[in-house]
Design a protein around this ligand. Structure first.
Ligand SMILES: *Cc1c(COP(=O)(O)O)cnc(C)c1O
Length: 380
């Protein structure tokens, strides 16, 4: 069994993907060009924002956002303690200070109450200026942007939606990657919308920010390419990836988001009895939210159970992953961080108890049943 079956997806889309790759190869246009522009337009349209600026990966997308805002030394950027490293790395990379915030036990996303407390603490200490909150759409579920944006507005800070895992999710009719002042995503192969290598994109409605993003991603270019007005980076989405993504975006819109939600419903049903018996906790999608299910992540009682369960699944040929075993505040790279375990009771617990199961739009009922049977045999 595959954790995320990209081979199966390729088999389904093979003729279109092969044709797209061959077309790019024959065009001799390998950087930029009509494929990249067309994809940016399609992505912006799907997400429902004015501008999409493609780039080399999801980490660069986040970096470009904080660069465009001029975030740097003395600035506090609030980041969930339970996320992938990039969400905080890009803060330190520009010389600003990440301030970690605990998450919600049900949604795994940043807790708005904890965010407000963290902002107040920073203000009280008076050393840093609160500037940005990075709200991550973890495991495919959009963060609670109504609450997050309310807190952000109250304290005058910007919202950066890290939609690397959230592409395709929704709150009501509003699509993920449209919630922040800037939003970003990643096209790493295993993300909800992945390419065949690295890729990323930045989304915004702000014309000035868009112009800055276009400059920063091309060595800080000015009016023309060999006029450099600021220190930027080199961050491009390859033409061949854009062509592949056009094919995959169509499948994503036509049926993949719907099918991955069907797979989640199969798990919910197959695991309902175990959840009712208190043996595990199922992922929670709040009323009105839609997840794009980057991960289907359950919780068990404690670390020993989780680790033994994972070993048992592995012995039965069922892959599973621990996202994430270590909180951000404990990462050696953030050694200067003065926050302690006591600040993050939920994240500390989740790092010990979460387990992500095989999940993708091509998952079958038989596969779900096989995983459910293995969980039942071990946990009952
Ligand atoms: C994957 C991921 C990123 C980084 O994306 P890359 O394309 O790998 O650079 C950032 N944030 C989150 C939450 C991610 O899951």
């Amino acid at each position: 069994m595959q954790f995320r079956d990209l081979k199966k997806q390729y088999q389904v889309l093979k003729s279109d993907i092969d044709a797209a790759m061959v077309e790019v190869a024959g065009s001799s246009q390998y950087i930029g060009g009509p494929w990249v522009k067309a994809l940016e337009q399609e992505l912006a349209e799907y997400v429902g924002v004015k501008h999409c600026v493609s780039c080399a990966n999801g980490t660069d997308a986040l970096s470009l956002a904080v660069m465009a805002w001029g975030i740097g030394e003395g600035d506090a950027v609030f980041v969930p303690d339970f996320t992938f490293f990039s969400s905080g790395e890009i803060v330190s990379a520009v010389g600003a200070t990440p301030v970690f915030v605990d998450v919600d036990e049900n949604t795994y996303n940043i807790c708005a109450e904890s965010l407000e407390k963290a902002i107040l603490k920073v203000k009280e200490e008076g050393k840093l200026t609160p500037k940005v909150v990075v709200a991550v759409d973890l495991f495919g579920l959009p963060a609670d942007f109504t609450k997050v944006c309310e807190v952000a507005k109250k304290y005058g800070i910007l919202v950066l939606e890290d939609g690397a895992q959230g592409f395709g999710g929704k709150i009501g009719e509003q699509v993920a990657c449209s919630f922040g002042d800037i939003a970003t995503t990643s096209f790493f192969p295993a993300k909800p919308l992945g390419c065949y290598g690295d890729g990323g994109a930045v989304f915004t409605n702000d014309d000035e920010v868009k112009a800055l993003l276009e400059s920063f991603k091309v060595h800080g270019k000015g009016a023309m390419k060999y006029d450099n007005v600021r220190i930027g980076m080199n961050s491009r989405l390859d033409t061949i990836q854009a062509a592949i993504l056009q094919v995959k975006l169509k499948a994503f819109k036509d049926y993949e988001v719907a099918d991955v939600n069907k797979a989640a419903a199969m798990y919910d049903k197959a695991l309902a009895a175990l959840a009712e018996a208190g043996k595990l906790k199922l992922p929670v999608v709040p009323e009105g939210f839609l997840s794009s299910w980057a991960q289907y992540t359950i919780q068990v009682a404690e670390r020993e159970t989780r680790d033994a369960l994972q070993a048992e699944l592995k012995a039965k040929g069922i892959p599973s992953m621990v996202y994430y075993p270590k909180p951000m505040h404990k990462q050696e790279a953030f050694a200067g961080c003065t926050q302690t375990d006591a600040d993050f009771p939920v994240t500390m617990k989740l790092c010990d108890t979460v387990l992500s199961l095989p999940m993708h739009p091509y998952l079958t009922q038989e596969e779900v049943d096989e995983v459910a049977a293995a969980l039942k045999a071990f946990l009952k």
